[in-house]
Design a protein around this ligand. Sequence first.
Ligand SMILES: *Cc1c(COP(=O)(O)O)cnc(C)c1O
Length: 395
Amino acid sequence: MEEDKDPGMGTLSVWGGEEEYLLQGATQVPVVHSVAFGYPDVDEWLEVALGHQPGHIYSRNTNPTVSAFEEKVRTLEGAEAATSFSTGMAAISNTLFTLLSPGDRVVSYKDTYGGTNKVFLEFLPRFGIQVQLCDTHDHEMIEAEIAKGCQVLYLESPTNPTLKVVDLERLARAGKAAGARVVVDNTFATPINQRPLELGADLVLHSATKFLGGHADALGGVICGRRDLVEQVYHFREINGATLHPMSAYLLLRGMKTLSLRVKHQNQSALHIARFLEARPEVSHVYYPGLESHEQHAIAARQMAGFGGVLSFSLKGGFDAVRSFLPRLKYAHLAANLGSVETVAGPPATTSHVECTRQEREAMGIPEGLIRYSVGIEDTADLLADLEQALQPVR
Ligand SMILES: *Cc1c(COP(=O)(O)O)cnc(C)c1O
């Protein structure tokens, strides 16, 4: 019986997707920089070009190193198929522009990633696509808008930067009932903590730049899910050209070997830190789905195996307090990324919502005193001590 057991997420992080791409006994996937793949036999070349035989033709379309990366994500998400992109935003925009046509309607909410929000408000309407952005917490409103008819339901949970959680299973069910394709941005949770395909999503996507790669040294994006949909998006991407570079694919692949280890540690550390911050007088609010005080804690506990490595908190002193507090942190890069082995901190104005005006951020309910804190893999005690010393003068 033991042999029949599916491997765990730690095992899949290390071994998943690689076997087919190893070369001449190498234990690591090679970086294939070649732009094209040669065929001395024209008939065989034709078979591969027509997709009747496995193989690669041209690296804008497919490449062995890139395929290994896609395959690893596919196994971790439990998906039928996967395809990748130069960035997370390329994954998101290519998916939306593939699935939507003029006259179509997409339902989502106000708290999606800043760049995604820009696609909804600035670009899709220019192509005659109707965008309905609901209040993120309001499941009834979202369901009512879905029922009016839509081709795509676009979800993200937990959200950036205020860590709101939506009931993915409930909304996916409503989306399916209306005949919509259900797309979930799973960047914050990672497949270690949340598997949206099991909750009813058709497609799950990631900014691989964040937790999947985990080392802040490569940009990338990936989608996986239903084969027919992934193939449609792949076709748009191969022509549109937002291809993942083989070197980036290699860095992401290597980073992913420790995904399970990293995320489990980050889950634990983030919960400790969230509890510590919640008890501090300088802090007005802590946003973390693992806290019992979090409005959707029950939903998060149901659909997530862990609550993730990102938390946010607001300082009572507003943006002035943020400006003096952040540079005092010893163990945090003040930078725009997240999900790295190093702790990263910053305000939404320079990170997730840099594309938005102050008024737009206010309309989204993002306070100016907010700090997004992406917990790295440092020792938890060192991060707690660092926050403590940085908070002291705020009082
Ligand atoms: C960073 C991020 C993106 C965009 O990814 P890039 O790789 O920066 O293009 C999309 N969604 C979420 C939730 C993100 O955090």
